[in-house]
Ligand binder design. Structure first.
Ligand SMILES: C[S@@+](CC[C@H](N)C(=O)[O-])C[C@H]1O[C@@H](n2cnc3c(N)ncnc32)[C@H](O)[C@@H]1O
Length: 370
């Protein structure tokens, strides 16, 4: 028997529980799942609790990871092991995992991203290898990468929630935290945000097509140049639009042209560029309008942009931005792809990828001879 879902385990940036909970309820409602999200301020996690019992695979399919903006990671919650005795925590946990009767390809150990939860890391480093060895010896943990992933979410050293996900439908990073190395010559830490966005929001094929030498990018709100750096490092040409100063090293390398202008009124000298990126601090709906104009009109093939969300009503503001973008594309009946995430390197903002989809081929009627 396949395990039943209790709900969802969602990890988020502490302080964004309300948005993560509202989003989980909206996604569940859309999928026809009744239930309620539970969380606490600054918990760094949200549990969505289903009212009815469904097979875990159905719940997983109904709540794809790509639908979540505010959840850094999500798994289908299948069991809770509470009150693990201090003298032997391993036995009840391994027995609960065995009772799921699911073979797994990987174990992801998780906690909330809070200072309190970080104190668990020493305990988990010692404890988890025992669990993994026991799962291997019982042939539950197998060396098969396409098997489901088991998520062990520890509230403290005595309680763990068991979750399941599938590779390719979850964050590739443990707890959804992209630990990227800061490039030595990058002009700002903001460069990591775009590096994470390339990985989190695009497919391998999209990256291969669009991040290669000789292509052109426009960077609105470029200074001091962390985003432009991501392109110039790949041998791409960049128009870096900002009235503020760019790092000298960036301009000296020769691939970046500094344009001192307003990002809302500047017009590109090229008919079309591969990339528009935009990190200007402005009202989110204004940014949504600007970038969708660029992409819908074909001036840029694709775009990554930041929406700086207000402290209050972030979820509603995001909805408004989606509507702005949708309305712009619907003007000419165009289709588009829009993926949005609250990245690990984002703080009060979210990052989005937008591209126009090619129009379906027009079928020309075949002439038949009479
Ligand atoms: C968050 S910083 C950008 C950081 C940059 N992405 C990096 O990686 O170094 C925002 C920038 O937007 C610029 N900015 C804000 N409004 C602008 C506008 N209307 N036109 C051009 N630049 C603008 C600011 O001058 C500022 O340098």
């Amino acid at each position: 028997m396949s395990p039943t879902a209790k709900g969802l385990i969602l990890l988020c940036r502490p302080g964004f529980e309300a948005e993560c909970a509202a989003e989980a309820e909206a996604i569940a409602r859309h999928a026809g799942l009744q239930g309620r999200a539970r969380t606490a301020p600054n918990a760094g996690s949200v549990h969505f609790v289903c009212d009815e019992l469904f097979d875990w695979k159905l719940v997983l399919e109904a709540t794809p990871f790509s639908a979540f903006v505010f959840a850094r990671q999500r798994s289908v919650w299948v069991d809770r092991v509470a009150d693990m005795p201090q003298e032997d925590r391993a036995t009840p946990l391994v027995e609960a995992i065995a009772a799921l009767e699911v073979q797994i390809g990987r174990v992801e150990v998780e906690t909330a991203d809070t200072n309190e939860a970080k104190t668990l890391s020493g305990f988990l480093k010692r404890f988890i290898p025992h669990i993994e060895r026991a799962l291997v010896s019982r042939r539950i943990l197998r060396d098969k990468p396409d098997l489901p992933t088991l998520h062990l979410f520890f509230k403290d050293s005595s309680q763990a929630d068991l979750g399941l996900s599938r590779p390719g439908d979850a964050s590739p990073w443990n707890m959804g935290i992209a630990r990227l190395r800061m490039p030595r010559n990058a002009p700002s830490r903001s460069t990591l945000k775009l590096a994470e966005a390339f990985d989190a929001l695009m497919t391998e094929e999209e990256r291969a097509q669009s991040l290669k030498p000789g292509l052109y990018a426009v960077d609105l709100g470029a200074a001091p140049g962390g985003w432009s750096y991501q392109f110039s490092e790949r041998g791409m040409h960049v128009y870096a639009v900002d009235n503020g100063p760019l790092a000298d090293s960036l301009v000296a390398a020769g691939m970046v042209e500094h344009v001192r202008a307003d990002g809302f009124s500047w017009r590109s000298p090229r008919k079309q560029v591969e990339w528009l990126v935009c990190d200007m601090v402005e009202q989110p709906a204004r940014i949504a309008q600007l970038v969708s104009d660029w992409v819908a009109s074909g001036k840029a093939k694709r775009c990554i942009f930041n929406l700086k969300l207000p402290m209050k009503k972030r979820f509603e503001e995001l909805k408004r931005c989606r509507q702005v973008i949708d309305a712009r594309f619907k003007l000419h009946g165009d289709s588009y792809v829009l993926r949005i995430k609250h990245l690990y390197h984002d703080r009060e903002e979210v990052t989005a990828y937008l591209a126009k989809l090619p129009a379906p081929p027009v079928e020309t009627p075949k002439m038949s001879r009479r």
